[in-house]
Write a protein that binds this ligand. Sequence first.
Ligand code: NDP
Length: 563
Amino acid sequence: MMDNPDHPLHETVLGRQSIFSQRLFQIQCSTDRFRRSFLPKAIIIFKVKAAETMESTRRRPQHHANGKGSEAVEKSAQWGRAWEVDWFSLIGVVGLLCFAPFIVFYFVMACDQYECSISQPLLDLCQGKATLLSIWARAPSFTWTAAKIYAIWVSFQVFLYMCIPDFTHKFIPGYVGGVQDGARTPAGFINKYEINGLQCWIITHALWFANANYFHWFSPTIIFDNWIPLLWCTNILGYAVSTFAFVKAYLFPTNAEDCKFTGNIFYNYMMGIEFNPRIGKWFDFKLFFNGRPGIVAWTLINLSYMAKQQELYGHVTNSMILVNVLQGIYVLDFFWNEAWYLKTIDICHDHFGWYLGWGDCVWLPYLYTLQGLYLVYHPVQLSDTHAVAVLLLGLVGYYIFRSTNHQKDLFRRTEGACSIWGRKPTYIECSYLSADGRSHRSKLLTSGFWGVARHFNYTGDLMGSLAYCAACGLGHILPYFYIVYMTILLVHRCVRDEHRCSSKYGKDWRRYTDTVPYRLIPGLPTSSPIAPEGEEELPVSGFTHCQIDKQLTVNGNLEIFMR
Ligand code: NDP
């Protein structure tokens, strides 16, 4: 195809060489890299566009009831990040890149300077009582002490992750650890992961308690005492990791066939290019950054807040204990099920960019722990009834969250040969086409919580999130940020997931949504992104049988032959 100068693929290849990528491309790319990485990607984009053009021509006269053309539905049905970026997304991306660090700063500063009032700083600014500069000047700045603490912390987590293979699975019954397979990537790779998160969490916390009770190397309030200076360090790491992953994707991608380029550097930077960037065989960016500096830290941060309450007021409130316990259960659950996490959307569908890199380093540890921070400034002692109600809400939410995830996992692992709620599970048989045009079979569970609503795991998660917030009483809005954020996150995720499933399973997904009509809340019907009856769905990748003559993997290279 490349030998034929009139072949339209040339246009796509040239179009892909944006000024930036062309420069990188020329410095770095050998003929081999061109053949192995750049060209297959260009071919994929070319074919997706060809598929879209053909489909839109075929379907042009048909329009959905909501006025959207089928092409729009198909484009939105793509999972994960897009191939092309519209202006609206671009503005959102640039806005987030510029302002997200200030959103985090605003919340932390509001606690530090305004006793956790989120309206007062704005009122002061409007009334001229404060200026942005005066607020900035009052905020503690970067310190070398914080930099040392953070460097030791991250290095220690890297050491635990890389140097101590999991041994806990050998003596904890039922725990799945050690080397595990991830899900198949779009290019067909199955990565291996060393699952040792639970072990890292246990060692880290054992050391924390040993220090607090015996060694006294540092104060247990160390995290709270350096909270804003640490924000600088987490941001430095967050941006450094995202930038490294971005450059790495151009220069030395781990699996070039799994990269996704749009030609827009801001979008590429934010949503990521590489699917599973790694250094060496085992250092997996997604698994490490999501789990280790962020989620291991979550419970330590809460413990530091608890220690600060004790230091300031001489006692710890029941609300602080509730927040520690409920969030502790959630974190432990995450590590107990780390192998299961390899099959979730984060690992299976999202690319690694600023969104995950910076999010894991900064957004997660700072904004997921706002309740504990708030309780240091406002030590709320709940009535027994309130405390029990919060505990029940949190535990019921957790039970639903865990059981729902477990039911799907069990069902898929055993291919339906299991028992759910004491009965043989019911399900819908479905089929889908993969990128190579092959047909596969799958099953959608309609028993247990998956028969109650299509995303009841999210509902349980939201109940738990509400419990953390409700533990802080009704004095301020700030601790409720978490439930607002989680609602937006999970509703958006639910919609994205349903677009993807609708695109993947087509009519079978329609049968499923007819059987289980509710998305998150039983009794609350929702419209679903289902393609109208009679329309053929595109397979997941946007390829159709008719356009692919042959797709072969020769010596590890993707070769596509077109009619
Ligand atoms: P799910 O675990 O719900 O997985 C969705 C996928 O499951 C679908 O894409 C589909 O994949 C498959 N599926 C959908 N319906 C069925 C069915 N009826 N039977 C069998 N399989 C089905 O989503 P996530 O990975 O997003 O979430 C995992 C957990 O993580 C959730 O509990 C969520 O609450 C939590 N979470 C927490 C976050 C936090 O920040 N605290 C953030 C994000 C998630 P397939 O293609 O295989 O059919």
